[in-house]
Design a protein. Structure first.
Lengths: 309, 329
């Protein structure tokens, strides 16, 4: 729903590629960050979690080791308390950050690649193969994904993160593909694309040089949505016990907490942090996307309320 | 023109349904080993499987018969006769009666909550867009947080607050199991009490999406010429908002709402699991945990049909609401 439909945003596509070197673009990007406090907040949140995911696991001990008393609340030694079997919740949280973000990133990379191939490829080639790809996209869009994934995960239960990443990616590319196809259909008939074709440039060069740069904001926005979707989906499937328990993720932590009745024993320090982390990462990514939205849809940006309302 | 558009749409949904059915046919092939024998062995532990159950299970899982095309034809034939087989979880209850008893719980609870979330979220969204940069609009970022959090975690928090810390609401289930289901006062009271937290979870989790969508559409509509003209005419602000801006801004939200009605059956699977609420999602997890393939397939089919039907109804309604779709085809 949050992905704007192609017809809605067509007017916002710049007719020419932005000119200028890397330095100028960087400066433009910093200016945008400064003008959009939401985007800035999002970037800060995500940067924090990425740092924790990359460097955090170096500083914690084995997250599965039994290091303290069972089900103890936060203390100076264990900042976020311990689990039912005396593992440090903070260590688990930090180690989980890496695998959770990995799932989100990997699934989004695969899904975006598929969306590009099917959306841009189909839109550019046209004809019957475009019709077929478009039909496939629309069918995937209306098939209910979550029950399908629950069933598939049940069949593949023994697999680790790999199969789950694959399943999430293969069910989440369709939204982006539809947006990208609409955009490509419009871009390929613009004057500069026609000019490139007339001057004898090869198709792949037109796609890479003339079309893709104008799609970049939409590709990034779709990518971010898929990361959020993948993290939430993985958490949901893990929470109901359909992920392999060997790899710790935030979803798995919630599963263990729920199974060991953290709720009724009042161990809030066990089940609040993992969910809070997921929510914060999701919020950060959404905020970045709102910033992009304001760039893509000028009406959200330039409208000023007249006084006296 | 209209007939052609509808026929094309109907054709599309038939293809989508066929795609889902075919997917459903191929999935059991991923199971290692012979699932039919595993199922029959489990059935024999609790009672005697009915005669011909082996063949029926094979057909349903698409595994019996000589070649794959014959299996496929037999599978479609079984589905056409609504023959989903027998559940293992509650042996030997037919899958259809399990689904029939779970569906009302999901539809009433999730349906009511979805309507509530849409009404409240859209109204607040229109207001937030109208009074941009006022306090309500400042709250918009916090709804981002509501939308981004996993809704089963929100459910856990609510459970912790209202069933563990302050013991005012029940911890799980759909009703007090000492009561018999029926139109009696105590049963309805108990069912309502059990529905408060699940419904609150759905409303809180969905509110943000409606709010944000309506806010942005209101902002977009407010810069249209006809709104400016209405203001210039000196119409009251309330009239401009309700009759000119909101009325046009609601179109995308309305589409989203109609589609979300289709997801009523499937949208809150994990929420139902948190509350052990006796709906479709809870049954699906039971089926998955017990390797109850017949029940899994039946539930997936029901959910798919609900979603496709809702989408089709939306497309049909759109022809009457938005004249542009007629020209576009």
């Amino acid at each position: 729903m949050s992905i704007a439909s192609p017809t809605e945003v067509l007017g916002a596509v710049p007719a020419t590629r932005p000119a200028g070197g890397l330095g100028r673009r960087l400066r433009a990007a910093t200016r945008r960050l400064r003008d959009s406090p939401r985007m800035l907040a999002g970037v800060i949140i995500i940067a924090f979690f990425v740092l924790v995911a990359v460097f955090g696991p170096m500083f914690v001990h084995n997250p599965n080791a039994f290091v303290g008393p069972a089900l103890a609340g936060p203390t100076a030694k264990f900042w976020l308390g311990t689990t039912q079997s005396g593992q440090s919740v903070l260590s688990q949280l930090i180690v989980s950050a890496r695998s959770t973000l990995e799932v989100g990133l990997a699934a989004a990379v695969i899904a975006t690649a598929v969306a590009l191939a099917i959306g841009v490829g189909g839109g550019f080639i046209g004809g019957i193969s475009d019709d077929a790809l478009n039909l496939l996209t629309n069918v995937i869009l209306v098939i209910p994904v979550l029950p399908l994934m629950i069933i598939v995960s049940a069949y593949l239960k023994s697999g680790g993160l790999g199969p789950m990443i694959f399943v999430i990616a293969l069910t989440s590319w369709a939204g982006s593909a539809r947006v990208l196809r609409g955009m490509t259909l419009s871009l390929r008939s613009r004057d500069y694309a026609l000019a490139a074709r007339v001057s004898g440039e090869r198709t792949w060069r037109i796609v890479v040089v003339e079309v893709l740069p104008n799609l970049s904001a939409f590709i990034v926005s779709g990518f971010i949505f898929t990361v959020i979707f993948a993290i939430l989906t993985q958490a949901g499937l893990a929470f109901i016990g359909l992920a392999s328990p060997d790899t710790l993720t935030w979803g798995n932590m919630l599963y263990f907490a729920q199974n060991d009745e953290a709720l009724s024993s009042g161990a809030w320090w066990w089940f609040v942090p993992p969910g809070l982390c997921i929510a914060l990462v999701g919020t950060g990514l959404s905020l970045i996307n709102f910033g992009l939205d304001e760039i893509l849809n000028p009406r959200l940006r330039t409208y000023k309320v007249p006084k006296g309302r | 023109m209209r007939v052609r558009y509808l026929a094309r749409k109907a054709g599309f949904y038939l293809i989508a349904l066929w795609g889902a059915l075919t997917l459903n046919f191929f999935l059991p092939r991923l199971i290692p080993g012979n699932p039919v024998e595993a199922l029959l062995a489990r059935m024999s532990q609790t009672g005697n499987p009915p005669a011909g159950e082996y063949q029926a299970l094979q057909a349903l899982l698409g595994l019996g018969g000589s070649n794959i095309f014959a299996q496929y034809a037999h599978y479609l034939d079984q589905l056409a006769h609504l023959n989903f087989g027998v559940s293992i979880t509650n042996f030997p209850v037919p899958v259809t009666s399990i689904i029939a008893s779970a569906l009302p719980w999901t539809i009433v609870l999730v349906g009511t909550a979805t309507v509530l979330a849409f009404l409240v979220g859209t109204a607040l969204g229109a207001l937030a867009g109208w009074k941009r940069n006022k306090w309500l609009d400042m709250l918009v970022p916090s709804t981002t947080f509501l939308t981004a959090m996993p809704y089963f975690w929100l459910a856990l928090l609510l459970l912790y607050l209202f069933a563990v810390v302050v013991r005012v609401l029940p911890l799980s289930g759909g009703y007090d199991s000492t009561l018999t289901i029926g139109w009696s006062g105590p049963f309805i009271t108990s069912a309502l009490q059990h529905a408060i937290l699940p419904a609150a979870t759905i409303v809180l989790a969905q509110l943000g999406g409606w709010l944000l969508g309506m806010r942005n559409m209101t902002l977009t509509t407010l810069s249209e010429d006809y709104v400016v003209a209405a203001e210039a005419k000196g119409l009251s602000p309330r009239r401009v908002l309700v009759r000119y801006a909101a009325r046009n801004a609601i179109l995308p939200s309305f589409t989203g709402f109609a589609i979300s009605l289709g997801f009523v059956v499937s949208g809150s699977i994990i929420m139902e699991i948190v509350f052990s609420y006796p709906g479709i999602g809870y049954e699906l997890l039971q089926a998955v945990q017990n390797s109850d393939y017949a029940l899994m397939q039946g539930i997936f089919l029901v959910i798919t049909i609900a979603v496709l039907a809702a989408n089709f109804v939306v497309d049909m309604l759109y022809v009457f609401i938005d004249p542009r779709t007629r020209q576009a085809s």
